[in-house]
Design a binder for this molecule. Structure first.
Ligand code: BGC
Length: 274
């Protein structure tokens, strides 16, 4: 796989949709339309694989094994293995997911957590570019994903959507994700109250220097971010809901099989831990 590639395919598997595009790796821009198919009901591995195949076919890159392919997934990903399953089938828990996709697609892929790759995209091409200190990106969607980046170095698999609300015994994402707003039919101010609790709590725990908010709802950030009262700057992701696609593609460029931590190519190596 070429570390000098100028484009790569990014596929972002989410709780509700599987999205993909070809990405220009020098700018982070999409070179094709974004293709989106619904995440199959139950999100069992075989069905998800079928949906990823469909995305690649529609992008006309099914046979382009020379174009790097990055796949992002909404779970803890350690050495290519998925270790959790919050909004997908439990079959993914302790599952050799990277190998499963590589065998099923008949090609090498690069596989990582969806929020982590969104963080990589924003670090490389977006709101976290050139920002020192601690940047926390959260994605507000079906769940809450998180990426923690300290002085340009990603600390993978932070899973900050699963902090608990004291006395409630439920994960934060069940209360404050965008899906909770839809489920409970909340107004923007009502949802913002829940977000206020969430971001204040994360702010207290980590004292970040910048919050970035991604996920599809970030395109409506003017409806809820101004309602939040935090000490930390909070801004929408520059790449909104495409950050996962772009970051997955950027990771693929790194020509590395084991995930973000072992990047060896110069582009990411100087920004990323070993
Ligand atoms: C998962 C995370 C994921 C996030 C966003 C959470 O439920 O545990 O791994 O990043 O959803 O998809």
């Amino acid at each position: 796989m070429s570390a000098n590639a100028t484009r790569a395919v990014g596929v972002d598997i989410g709780g509700t949709g599987i999205k993909g595009a070809v990405v220009d790796l020098s700018t982070g821009e999409l070179l094709t339309d974004r293709i989106k198919v619904p995440t199959p009901r139950g999100a069992e591995p075989d069905d998800v694989l079928g949906a990823v195949r469909e995305v690649l076919q529609r992008l006309e890159v099914s046979d382009a094994a020379d174009v790097p392919l990055g796949v992002a997934f909404p779970a803890i990903v350690k050495n290519g293995r998925t270790l959790s399953a919050a909004n997908v089938s439990d079959s993914w828990i302790d599952f050799e997911a990277e190998t499963f996709f590589e065998n099923g697609l008949g090609r090498q892929i690069h596989f990582a957590n969806d929020a982590d790759v969104a963080g990589v995209a924003e670090m490389r091409y977006g709101a976290a570019q050139g920002r020192d200190g601690l940047v926390i990106l959260t994605t507000l969607g079906t769940g809450i994903g998180s990426a923690m980046i300290y002085n340009g170095v990603l600390i993978p698999n932070s899973e900050l959507g699963h902090v608990h609300r004291a006395k409630h015994g439920k994960d934060a994402e069940a209360w404050a994700a965008y899906s909770a707003m839809e489920r409970d039919e909340l107004s923007w101010p009502e949802w913002a109250e829940r977000l206020q609790w969430y971001y204040s709590h994360i702010e207290f725990l980590f004292s970040p220097d910048l919050f970035i908010v991604g996920g599809g709802v970030s395109k409506h950030s003017d409806k809820f971010l101004p309602l939040l009262d935090l000490k930390t700057d909070i801004v929408p992701a520059v790449h909104r809901n495409n950050a996962g696609i772009i970051g997955a593609a950027a990771l693929a460029l790194a020509g590395e099989r084991r995930g973000i931590l072992d990047d060896t190519t110069e582009d990411l190596a100087d920004r990323t831990a070993h």
